[in-house]
Design a protein around this ligand. Structure first.
Ligand SMILES: [Zn+2]
Length: 58
């Protein structure tokens, strides 16, 4: 049984995936790709209220 991890804005409660966008947290580099490009930790940004929050994935 797999549990679908749902993102939800902690500020306004929006959970429509089309309103929530992934944005890179450029303060947190997870690793560097084989091309040498930094891969940043992902944060979620709410398109409704603009709140930026973690998506729970580490
Ligand atoms: Zn929101």
């Amino acid at each position: 049984m797999t549990e679908w991890k749902r993102n939800k804005c902690p500020k306004c409660g929006e959970e429509n995936p089309k309103k929530l966008h992934e944005v890179p947290d450029k303060n947190q580099v997870l690793y560097y790709s084989m091309q040498g490009n930094p891969v940043y930790k992902k944060l979620m940004k709410c398109g409704v209220c603009g709140e930026i929050f973690g998506n729970g994935a580490t």
